[in-house]
Design a protein around this ligand. Structure first.
Ligand code: PMP
Length: 382
């Protein structure tokens, strides 16, 4: 057997060529305007940094409990109770600290899916979602959400089969920035509950929700305000600018959280200890000035590109998913290659979708770079 023959079907089924190509093209540029970055461009708040440093100095460097540092878990429980109203004291619900939001996603899919089982995700999707299929030998069914990118119950329902175990919703969404309404999320929760399907809500961008898209209670809309029979996944990386610390959490039915903890025990073991120590401090940090700044950037994108093309208004996250004007008669891949030739890095839609009609533009770039990049893109569109 050659080395290639030894590899599993699992890895052969995962294709990273799209993203790799975009990065390889970008790497050749000397001083590019980079609008492809999927992580925030602000520094971790000083008190949060200090809490991590203190944790290391105070010898909090060993394993934590598998399900998380008790102090952090307690802060998370309180936070969830306040934010979505779940009764975290009842014993029916529990939480687990994970190695990034990605860790929570993988553990939940592993805990729920057998070979041949199905999970429904939106198209366009966050790239990890499709890879979770081969990783768990499950089938991923794509819910086409073009042209408005809303994963509604009406669009999901025809995709459900007797093998469907998971519907995974992501709002605010990567790569589109779309925020679903409270009603849309309630309907999804009701559909899943009525069919005995686990709704998983990836709310990693919850902090980045623009004011006009908040729900009546002033929060990022969440199905968790309508059901506790679901899994809520959130993260610290994007919210506090510490993506490399690998920290997220999941909350939901205790029967599921305990199985995720079992899998975590034998895989990730626990989330990084110093990051967990710092996260309690993070939960008390006011990030509103940063959110306002990202919101203003999102408005810059709308002002610049919406007169030129079809651009469903982002309600949050820090992305826009922009249609290459059809009259240009070119694929998004070709459009993005031309943008890269003009020193602007954006990612073609086919990396996140079966379609190749749009590109993802990230607002995690300073205002001056963003303005220059938008000018180049607008010029190409004209
Ligand atoms: N979900 C979505 C929608 C994301 O965009 C990302 C990161 N790009 C993740 C999950 C993974 O985040 P983490 O770094 O916390 O694993």
């Amino acid at each position: 057997m050659t080395g290639q023959d030894l590899l599993s079907n699992r890895v052969n089924a995962i294709d990273v060529s799209g993203i790799r190509k975009a990065f390889q093209l970008g790497a050749k540029l000397e001083n590019p305007i980079n609008l492809s970055i999927g992580q925030p461009d602000f520094a971790v708040p000083e008190p949060v940094k200090q809490a991590a440093i203190d944790a290391i100095r105070n010898d909090r460097n060993g394993y934590t409990l598998t399900s998380g540092d008790p102090e952090l878990l307690s802060s998370i429980r309180t936070h969830i109770q306040r934010d979505v109203g779940w009764d975290m004291q009842s014993g029916e619900l529990d939480a687990i600290v994970t190695s990034g939001t990605s860790g929570a996603l993988l553990l939940s899919f592993m805990a729920l899916l057998d070979p041949g089982d199905e999970a429904v995700i939106a198209d366009p999707y966050f790239v990890v979602y499709t890879a979770l299929g081969p990783m768990t030998n499950a089938t991923i069914r794509l819910c086409d959400t073009y042209p408005d990118f809303r994963m509604t119950a009406e669009r999901v329902e025809p995709l459900l089969t007797d093998r469907t175990k998971i519907v995974l919703v992501n709002s605010p969404a990567n790569p589109t920035g779309i925020v679903l309404t409270d009603d849309e999320l309630r309907e999804l929760a009701e559909l899943c509950r009525s069919r005995g399907i686990m709704l998983i809500s990836d709310e990693i961008y919850d902090l980045f929700t623009w004011p006009e898209h908040l729900d009546a209670s002033g929060h990022c809309p969440s199905p968790a305000r309508h059901s506790d029979d679901m899994l809520l996944i959130r993260g610290f990386g994007k919210t506090y600018g510490c993506t490399g610390w690998r920290l997220g959490y999941a909350a939901g039915p205790s029967w599921l959280i305990s199985e995720m903890a079992k899998l975590q025990q034998y895989s990730f073991v626990c989330a990084p200890s110093m990051a967990q120590a710092a996260a309690s401090a993070a939960l008390h940090t006011d990030m509103q000035p940063i959110v306002d700044r990202y919101h203003a950037r999102s408005q810059m994108v709308m002002d610049s590109l919406s007169p030129l093309t079809d651009l469903p208004e982002p309600g949050g996250a820090f992305y826009a998913f922009v249609r290459v004007p059809p009259q240009l008669d070119c694929s998004a891949a070709a459009f993005c290659e031309e943008a890269i030739r003009r020193n602007v890095i954006i990612i073609p839609g086919n990396v996140f979708s079966r379609h190749d009609t749009h590109f993802r533009l990230s607002m995690a770039a300073d205002e001056e770079s963003l303005a220059r990049g938008l000018e180049v893109i607008a010029d190409m569109m004209r």
